[in-house]
Design a protein around this ligand. Structure first.
Ligand code: CU
Length: 278
């Protein structure tokens, strides 16, 4: 997406939360987040009283929980016959109109804490050309495009599969909102750590495509990145001292990266490439 990825979704979430308050009539209603980085909370949302389980059957449709018979909408907001679908890491057949990824495979695992810690340690919010090819960019690494080698946010969408893996219809799955609330918290934690550093605050002021510079409107919202940088002025806050807070503050001792036997891995790759040629 680009530098506007975080502020665009921040405003989207705020609008959504305002709708939740309006519909429930509860002014204290707030949007929870799903911590997909902590071992203990990765999978425990997939239960009947939260978002329901993994998909089942030929269409990988969820069969339990409050959203099991949810009417889903297509990209033109027309109701379609698909129920909410999830594959949670299982290989699925690629579908037409699928999420454009530079990656070829379906991720089998949710993101790892080491990857999140690495991307949070990048002192530059974003870098030219301010799109999905930006290197040394916290935003691009976290958003998850191939060049940055992280896949954090994108990986969660693809791992879930079903509607979540297709940009224009991903909001059908309530998982979208709890995922993006966590994404927003991670941006907040990044801001806490790097905002007062030379390149840690929002970038760029100019030079990105329209809708992504500091004072550009975030199409279609009537706000600009500069308007949504500070969550205290937006009237909300996050629970602190959670696991991800400690990760962002460097207070968690991370397991060392597992050593991968690259000789075997590259050998397997070669065989496949040769088979493709023949
Ligand atoms: Cu997303």
């Amino acid at each position: 997406m680009g530098p506007g990825f975080f502020p665009w979704h921040r405003w989207f979430l705020l609008r959504w939360e305002a709708e939740l308050k309006r519909i429930t009539g509860d002014p204290d209603m707030s949007q929870p987040y799903w911590d997909w980085i902590h071992e203990d909370s990765r999978m425990n949302v997939f239960v009947e009283n939260i978002v329901g389980g993994n998909g089942t059957g030929v269409n990988s449709e969820i069969a339990d929980g409050p959203f099991a018979n949810w009417t889903t909408l297509d990209a033109n907001l027309m109701p379609v016959k698909d129920k909410i679908q999830r594959t949670n890491g299982a290989p699925i057949k690629p579908r037409p109109g699928g999420m454009p990824m530079n990656d070829t495979g379906i991720p089998q695992f949710l993101p790892e804490v080491e990857t999140l810690a690495e991307v949070l340690s990048r002192p530059i919010y974003d870098s030219p050309p301010y799109n999905d090819t930006s290197h040394e960019s916290f935003r691009n690494g976290f958003e998850g495009w191939n060049v940055s080698g992280c896949y954090l946010h994108n990986r969660v969408h693809l791992w879930t599969g079903g509607q979540m893996s297709r940009v224009m219809i991903s909001v059908n799955d309530p998982l979208f909102w709890i995922h993006h609330a966590f994404v927003d918290k991670i941006w907040y934690l990044y801001q806490q750590r790097w905002n007062d550093q030379p390149y840690g605050a929002y970038l760029p002021i100019s030079g990105a495509r329209k809708g992504h510079n500091l004072r550009d409107y975030l199409d279609p919202w009537p706000v600009r990145p500069i308007d949504v940088l500070d969550i205290t002025t937006l009237g909300y806050s996050y629970q602190d001292n959670d696991y991800v807070d400690l990760v962002a503050q460097g207070k968690i001792e991370l397991p060392r990266k597992k050593t991968i036997d690259t000789s075997k891995a590259s050998g397997a790759g070669k065989t496949q490439a040769q088979e493709h040629k023949s």
